[in-house]
Design a protein. Sequence first.
Length: 335
Amino acid sequence: MTARTHPLPRHGLPYAGCALAGSGQIWFDEVLLRERSTAPRRVALSDCPHATIKRLSAPRADVCGLGLDRPRVMGVLNVTPDSFSDGGDHATLAAAVARARAMAQDADILDIGGESTRPGAQEVPIKEEIRRTALVIEAIRAEGITTPISIDTRKARVAEAALDAGADMVNDVAAFTFDPELADLVAERDVPVCLMHAQGQPDTMQDNPRYDDVLFDVLTFLEDRIAFATQCGVNLERIILDPGIGFGKTLEHNVTLLRNLSLLHDLGLPVLLGVSRKRFIGTIGQAEDAKDRMAGSLAVALHGIEQGAHILRVHDTVETRQAIRLQQAIMEKGD
């Protein structure tokens, strides 16, 4: 597919047009028809084929039993010594479980990671990554915490151990390019999986990343990974997409993707946005320390919702949930 259909999201009253990607509050009545190297063309929704309208507007499949008609919060819980924002904060089992219990008050999903994929990070051996994550997941379940758990890993053996320990889905920043056997595992277990775009490996991905057209290149990559996943037997309705903000991208690439985030709905699947505390927020917002980037993270998260993002992957779950509640109240349809 070379041409792309880009829905132009709107919110507020009067509500005219179609819901965007199953959202209860974001809608669209126009699209941009985009092709590489040509200016986009604005088209009324009424002039779009029925199949296109259905792809852009249809409700997305539930994730871990959670409906996606409203924004969902995925809380980040890194049990690593070197993650860019919270490395070392949850290094002990007790600390990790305490953080999970606290986040479960506001997060819809807990995302457990045992390998940092920050720029410059080195690969963690499989046994060590399993040791870091599986024990934590087992302990979270032993505490009676029933919130769905996502395992943030690129590796099939790590994901298998996590699913056996009580995880419910897989979040693969490499979209099955690092370990293709992970696709077979996801298909066998029939669990949700998030496929993310990244250019290069974490240790080198920020070494002068280049794109012919970052929007088209990211969508083409994700489209190819969807095809690979389904060929391996992964159920299409189990797939979630992430544009990979900060993964092999310059500040300009990140901003371009965020401005045009609703273009991802052309692929017809749920969209996850992970921007929390990332470097570009610090650059624009003049916040050197990652933990000082909460305000900027909230601003981008709310923008993501206005673009129809279904899941927000964040560190600051309490603050994000509060911001979403206010945003939803303001945008609510009706008098």
